[in-house]
Ligand binder design. Structure first.
Ligand code: MN
Length: 338
């Protein structure tokens, strides 16, 4: 942490700079305000930890993205410890991982809440997927009584509780926590639980399921789109329907992406690769449309593990998924046809 560096999303600054001498300060301010009404500023935050995955590597994710030569933005804040020295430590006990993760998630939640209160679009870069507990607690803390919906794009359900999880790993639990089930110190992290209303959550891309978590989501009535349905109906149609579910009643919404939702041949740099999966270009294309919808709060992209990447393939996809949100975006020129 932290130098504050935010930029207006989708809005190159060079035009403003070139015309600065021709405009009065008041006129310039007015123009900047109008621009930011269309392109809210984006705040990039790194969540640099991996004890929730139980394997070293994801803590290096935010730094790897920040140094990636094709990534045109910088990460304003990083929560956590990206030091490679952690590689030499023995894996933490479950209690140790819980204590470290809840502390880091709380820091992240405060950062995200500040950004949302300043009307910035958030982008959180993991780190293992336990960061979702911090990200969406932060959003809930800032929004107060205003409820929001969440699209969860993942190969897994991430809805285990300590009672159902065989591994005890926290990155298999964040969705259950946000729905009010799991370790009390995570469930009640910052905002009043439950952070999410199950009727306004949709999970997309699922192809690896364990019994206990599916049972919990079934009891709660969360809509799960398995990969077979996505293949049959198309990702566009499924995500459009998911968007309707999570925003019903004009709720604002966010998106949490686990990179393992995507075909591991395209994104080898993850912690838990599952064969099959979404096509990264199709996902990027559909996300561009979702990013432009009313009430879009921001996106989180988790489970990037640079140590498993090959030829920067995963970095390339990560950049592509974020690019439409960044100033002067290079790939985001596809015109919206809907
Ligand atoms: Mn996940």
């Amino acid at each position: 942490m932290t130098h504050l560096k935010t930029v207006p999303a989708g809005q190159p600054s060079s035009g403003h700079v070139a015309r600065q001498h021709k405009l009065s300060t008041a006129a310039l301010q007015r123009e900047m305000q109008e621009a930011s009404a269309h392109f809210p500023a984006i705040s990039l935050t790194g969540a640099a930890w991996d004890m929730g995955a139980g394997v070293f590597g994801s803590s290096l994710g935010p730094e790897a993205l920040g140094h990636y030569v094709h990534f045109p933005a910088s990460i304003a804040h990083t929560i956590g410890l990206p030091q490679p020295v952690a590689a030499h430590h023995a894996p933490l006990s479950i209690a140790g991982a819980l204590s470290r993760t809840s502390g880091l998630c709380l820091q992240l939640a405060h950062q995200v809440a500040d950004d949302v209160r300043r009307k910035q679009t958030i982008a959180v870069i993991g780190g293992d997927h336990s960061c979702a507990i911090g990200t969406w607690h932060g959003v809930a803390g800032a929004l107060g009584n205003q409820r929001f919906g969440l699209i969860w794009i993942d190969a897994h359900l991430d809805a285990h509780t300590p009672q159902t999880s065989l591994s005890g790993k926290l990155h298999g639990m964040p969705l259950a926590v946000l729905l009010g089930h799991g370790y009390p110190e995570l469930v009640s992290l910052l905002a009043e639980p439950p952070v999410l209303d199950p009727a306004h959550v949709a999970i997309v891309g699922v192809r690896s399921v364990e019994h206990g978590e599916l049972e919990l989501l079934g009891e709660l009535g969360v809509r799960v789109y398995f990969s077979a349905e996505t293949e049959q109906r198309g990702l566009d149609a499924v995500l459009a329907e998911a968007h309707q579910i999570v925003t019903a009643g004009s709720r604002p919404f966010g998106i949490s992406i686990d990179l393992d939702a995507i075909d591991p041949q395209q994104v080898p740099g993850v912690n838990m690769p599952i064969p099959g999966g979404l096509d990264s270009a199709s996902l990027s294309h559909t996300l561009q449309r979702l990013y432009r919808q009313n009430g879009f709060l921001g996106v989180e992209i988790a489970e990037f593990n640079p140590l498993n990447d090959h030829g920067q393939r995963t970095l390339q996809v990560l950049e592509m998924l974020l690019d439409p949100l960044l100033p002067g975006h290079s790939h985001g020129n596809t015109q919206e046809s809907a």
